[in-house]
Write a protein that binds this ligand. Sequence first.
Ligand code: TPP
Length: 334
Amino acid sequence: MTTTVQQPQSGSDLGAERLLHIYRKLAAIRAFEERVNQLYTRALMPGLAHLYSGEEAIAVGICEALTREDYITSTHRGHGHCLAKGAAPNQMFAELLGKEAGYCRGKGGSMHIADPATGNLGANAIVGGSLGIATGAALSVKHLGNGRVAVSFFGEGALGQGVLYEVMNLAQLWKLPVIYVCENNLYNEYTHYSETTAGDILSRATAFGLPAESVDGQDVLAVYATAKRLVDRSRRGEGPAFLLCNTYRYTGHHVGDISREYYRSKQEEQTWKGERDPIKNFASWLLSQKIADAADLEKIQTELESEMDAAVQFAIDAPYPATEEVEKHVYAGS
Ligand SMILES: Cc1ncc(C[n+]2csc(CCOP(=O)(O)OP(=O)(O)O)c2C)c(N)n1
């Protein structure tokens, strides 16, 4: 099988250190997600998780164009967004295992990780649920004049949610600094998006006057370059934008979705993994440009493996919240 290595020229102005940092981020998300799957299959994790493997270049490319203070909102498939924005793996694993050391003191789990310290306003289990939150954050930015930008990540399934059209309308009228990032991984759960989405996706944004672009979501430098342009424009006060990232999720809709042939073929999965892998292709490009050699990349991988193993162990060893905590830090309660 041939490997497609088409990284854009735009990477060349980033410098070796930054490019290797980007590689490390991509590989960290993959290593994190592999361990989430292991925790699930070993029955150590309560509930389910939706893995981001295959889509890493989007979270990393976008978050590299943001500052730590900029905001993001995320989805049910949110681990990659959190890590790319700077969340700590040990606190994330602790959250997944329901431990007190987790980002939500173990009360949120995989789909409710928020990390205000890194501008992460939270994942959201409701499809499209975080679109309004990002837009509200952008409105606060405008009032406070603090120069931040908000990014809302969402899957193409959220294109069917009316809130998207309400917020794009207001964001354009009020020139809010918000970028709507649609991650089209082809499937809304078990249904191909072509069965749920009429017409052209970008036209839905241009109808409101937003600049709308699409990018190869498997190419981290292309995502970064496009995001940087749109983010800089928003930061200058020129208003919102829409970015469609074309991608693929390697595993099931969630960790329990292991028999997938009734909705997509093994061949399709193999083609994406073999030819379009964002990490392998970026590694090949780094090698071809002599930015790194194989030993450099292996060293990064080895460091990540032990970092992630230590983070998992931290979470396994961490205590559960005390029983008296059950009604604390939640909205519902007596
Ligand atoms: C409002 C709402 N409707 C239905 C669901 C059930 N649900 C969870 S994920 C999902 C599909 C999401 O597809 P997409 O937005 O493309 O994201 P992906 O899973 O592909 O990343 C659905 C329908 C939900 N969580 N929220």
